[in-house]
Design a protein around this ligand. Structure first.
Ligand code: UDP
Length: 434
């Protein structure tokens, strides 16, 4: 993606490279951030590649190939009229900092997880508390008391995913060396923890990275907003939603990576049916075989199952009254910013912490209770959906979600906290050039 919008000398000549780790939840926010920078007049180039399923092998090759490609690419640009000033790299690619330093280019990590989650990892890195936890709870400055199940899942289990755990830990290795650290969040949402981390490091909140056409409900079919690794069945979803009443549909999705076990999938399917709500459920192609046989046929009057959907358009649709989510950070931020209350059903990584905040801090959802063998039962799923869709607590969540939606919009609008941070970054770059 190569964008350039000239708005005067200096700005348009300043070139920023952006490189996300190639998974959907990292590409989306970094692409939208690139577009915001471009709209401020910078020349922005986003680099990406296609991912693979075998993570361990892939990460090694990714690092090797991207390292040499970056050197070559930056060299090539430096011989052109658009030398590279800054590389904004995904915080999980901390090795990119060494490369740019050698080339005299500034590096700026971009965090695609919440500031709270990042701060927890930061404390772990600093040895502030022992992991796995010794007690049932932990107290971290500027955060509510967190129970074992509220912490990112890696903290309770560092050995099952050693590669990912090491990626997560090394995110902070460059904190001392960089002038900017970007976070896809907004000050108002994570007020205290943002202030706490900002007192240590030059962090800049720049989110939510949601195209303004969704925040403003000016949805324009022709505007190309994404770079999707999956093919959405956009028309089918929206046409179906258009036939439904306001706030009558539960939207269900577990993002681009989470994979439910067969038993959990079955409980979820029957829980949805029992809730008696209409539902739009994203079941990725590879997951479809886990659906109970006949489920799609049996529920076709109430539900629509698709393999991928245009999530922002769905969440912005007036028919959607509840989002049953795995609490990936993008999904969480998207629901909050579009005013949709949630049923939180976290699976792993940072999702558990996001679920805690959704329920107890932001007041925009209920978190499912996990039963024996780690399974959430159909009755629990039904009850949680009803609570959000029909209960008194649901009304409160609905109102809270509306408030977050307003605040999200204000943050990214001209003069808002995130917009100011982006302006400041652009101004500093341009000053340096002059
Ligand atoms: N998404 C989408 N269509 C879908 C499901 C997800 O466009 O059917 C998008 C969603 O809007 C979000 C991203 O994929 O931006 C998923 O990111 P998230 O952090 O929520 O979860 P992850 O996939 O990283 O677990």
């Amino acid at each position: 993606v190569d964008t350039k919008m000239e708005r005067g000398r200096g700005v348009g000549e300043t070139h920023v490279l952006v490189i996300p780790y190639p998974v959907q939840g990292h590409i989306n926010p970094m692409l939208q951030f690139s577009k915001r920078l471009a709209s401020k007049g910078l020349k922005v180039t986003l680099i990406t590649t296609t991912p693979t399923n075998n993570l361990d092998d892939y990460l090694e090759r990714f690092k090797l190939i991207v390292s040499s490609s970056l050197v070559e690419l930056i060299g090539r640009y430096n011989g052109s009229e658009y030398p590279v000033r800054v590389l904004v790299y995904d915080s999980v690619m901390s090795w990119a900092q060494d490369i740019v330093e050698r080339l005299s280019v500034d590096g700026a990590p971009f965090f695609t997880q919440s500031c709270a989650v990042s701060t927890i990892y930061y404390h772990v890195n600093q040895g502030a508390f022992k992991i796995p936890l010794e007690g049932p709870t932990v107290s971290i400055p500027s955060m509510p008391i967190l129970g074992v199940n509220d912490l990112p899942s890696f903290i309770n289990d560092t050995s099952s995913y050693p590669t990912l755990w090491s990626l997560v830990k090394t995110q902070f290795s460059n904190f001392e060396k960089v002038n900017w650290v970007f976070f896809n969040t907004f000050c108002e949402l994570e007020d205290e923890v943002v202030k706490w981390l900002a007192s240590k490091r030059p962090i800049k909140t720049i989110g939510p990275t949601i195209p303004s056409m969704y925040l403003d409900r000016r949805i324009d079919d022709d505007e190309d907003y994404g770079l999707s690794l999956f093919k959405p069945n956009a028309d089918a979803c929206i046409t179906w939603l258009d036939t439904k009443d306001t706030v009558s549909v539960v939207y269900v999705s577990f993002g681009s990576l989470a994979s439910l076990g067969e038993e959990q999938m079955e409980e979820l399917a029957w829980g949805l049916k029992r809730s008696n709500s209409q539902f739009l459920w994203v079941v990725r192609e590879l997951e479809k075989k886990k659906l109970p046989s006949n489920f799609v046929e049996e529920t076709s009057e109430k539900g629509l199952v698709v393999s991928w959907c245009p999530q922002l358009e769905v969440l912005a649709h007036k028919a959607v009254g509840c989002f049953m989510t795995h609490c990936g950070w993008n999904s969480t931020l998207e629901a909050l910013s579009l005013g949709v209350p949630m049923v939180a059903m976290p699976q792993w990584t940072d999702q558990t912490t996001n679920a805690k905040f959704i329920e107890d801090v932001w007041g925009v959802g209920v978190r499912v209770k996990v039963g024996e063998n780690g399974i959430v039962k159909r009755e629990e799923i039904k009850e949680c959906i009803r609570e959000v869709m029909e209960g008194e607590r649901g009304n409160v969540m609905q109102r809270n979600a509306q408030r977050w939606k307003e605040l999200a919009k204000e943050a990214v609008n001209e003069g808002g906290s995130s917009d100011n941070n982006i302006e400041e970054f652009v101004a500093r770059l341009v000053c340096r050039l002059e």
